[in-house]
Design a protein. Structure first.
Length: 128
């Protein structure tokens, strides 16, 4: 499996946050999903192994488009504001996001928000 780098694939990333891969015809959806999960895990290990916040920031800047980084940063801020009992309207006004985005983050927090909570807790009190 290899990332597909064409003009159309890049536009899909920027507009739909969708990655495209060139896969072997014999590969099943289950095999593909497993391989993507392994690549994601490898990315997480690489980020976790960076010793400095600045190094992690440089890595993410190299990997993500501005829009992708903005989406991730806003989701983390939405989670933080929800945990602090901010209203939807406060979040919409401050971050210029839709209520459906806030709802998605709220649902993730309810269902499996451990990652959000850990990230927010670790970042509390840190100067940027």
């Amino acid at each position: 499996m290899k990332p597909l780098v064409t003009e159309k694939a890049v536009m899909m990333i920027e507009t739909n946050n969708t990655l495209s891969f060139k896969v072997e015809k014999e590969m099943t959806k289950i095999e593909l999903k497993k391989e993507v999960e392994e690549l994601f895990y490898k990315l997480c290990v690489i980020i976790a192994k960076t010793n400095k916040t600045e190094d992690a920031a440089k890595l993410l800047r190299d990997l993500l488009s501005f829009t992708e980084a903005e989406i991730i940063a806003k989701r983390i801020k939405i989670a933080e504001m929800l945990i602090e009992d901010a209203t939807y309207q406060d979040i919409v006004n401050k971050l210029k996001v839709s209520s459906s985005t806030i709802f998605k983050v709220q649902e993730w927090l309810k269902i499996s928000g451990e990652g959000y909570r850990k990230a927010i807790e670790k970042a509390r009190g840190k100067e940027l």
